[in-house]
Design a binder for this molecule. Sequence first.
Ligand code: UD1
Ligand code: MG
Length: 459
Amino acid sequence: MKCAIILAGGKGTRMKANGPKVMCEMLFEPMISYVIRAVKEAGCEDICVITGYEHEVLENYLPEGIKTAYQNPQLGTGHAVMMATDFIKEHEDDKILILNGDGPLMDAETINKAFAYHEENKNAITLVSALVDDLKGIGHIKRDENGTLLRIVEDKDANAEEKLINESNAGVYWFNGKELLYALERITNNNVQNEYYLTDSLEILINKGENVGAYVCENSEVILGANDRVQLNNLTTIMRRNINNKHMENGVDMPCTDGIMIGMDVKIGNGTTILPNTIIIGNTVIGENCVIGPNSYIKDGIVGNNVILDNVKLTDSEVEDGVDCGPFVQVRTGSKLCKNVHIGDFVEVKNSVVGEGTKCAHLTYIGDSDVGRDVNFGCGTVTVNYDGKNKHRCKIGNHVFLGCNTNLIAPVEIGDFAFTAAGSTITDNVPTNALSIARAKQVNKEGWVTIKKPYKGME
Ligand code: UD1
Ligand code: MG
């Protein structure tokens, strides 16, 4: 069985974050969520997260089924793993993956390749490494002239010669459970930082006579971590590019990727075009041949085929095939736009179902309403859903024609084929096939201006 320990106790002083460092977000998701995803995808069945600084925040965030061990005070990565001794004892015959929670680009593919390498070579420890350009702050992998592993030297402890070694420790290791326990008993804090370094396990297991190895990744980007906001931005840029490229390879068109940010779990059908400044996140699914953007934000949306979302903000809502929406539209939580609905500029829809073929071309609010099919909303229609205390629903039948500037004071029902006259404030139900006029009758006062002289300069 494979299991994993994720190190996430650190404060991340250089991030200047309020909570735990691993909760800092890369592409709108905490770094640790990517690490958990990769670990699960790599087949680790039991996961323990080491918490420390503001541990409650992390405990509340972690998905069901993930164990935690609390580290206080934080005396180094080796000390962090010691906090999981009970977990390791449960898994002493298993393979244990240990990795840093602040390395969100690590992927299941690399983890699995390192695992295969670990098994083939019957290693007690296999670490993941890569050749890097930026040598600052890394753990340098020290080998002898034959390339045999000797130890990992932390940058702070390295001498001038060791500081030039460009093979960097990723902070990702496969251990055999029993050997991990053996190493933990022997790690000391005898170094510049007075910390218990997990990295010392390598030398400890070499001295024990065990097989050890380093799996060197071809793609050095996967080992990058973030210690400050600039590095975090760099990771986001890499992740964003990787995700955009994956969609383009699947037939999604992005004529210009500026400002396009797509979350890990988003699915987009082929033939769809994404235009600049569009953010698509959460569990969003978008169909084929759509045009999404420019300047759109979609979170947890289900979008059918042949849909246009132009300058739209849509959250937790469903849009069926052939819908044309925008520009400058907000579709809020719990809404459904059925087939071929047209929503034009400056319209908000909230917690409402809008039936097939209904048109709402401009300046309208549809809130807490059930709208039938082929309804026409005149410009400026408002469903008045809030009385200051409670929200109420409107029910609008099929083929209804709502004149411009109709107010529907909820709760109210409009029957099929009914008309409302422009400017009406409808407080009572309107029966099927009726015309409802709810406004003051027009009065023309002839010659009023000549008598009253209301304008400046009139004597
Ligand atoms: C560590 C490695 C270094 C490697 C680098 C890769 C050690 C000693 N060094 O250094 O060789 O190149 O990762 O990114 O392991 N943490 C705890 N408790 C602690 C200390 C740290 O939970 O007491 C957690 C942190 O929250 C973080 C992870 O362990 O998620 C790594 O700690 P960090 O201080 O970032 O280690 P690095 O200096 O980056
Ligand atoms: Mg780090």
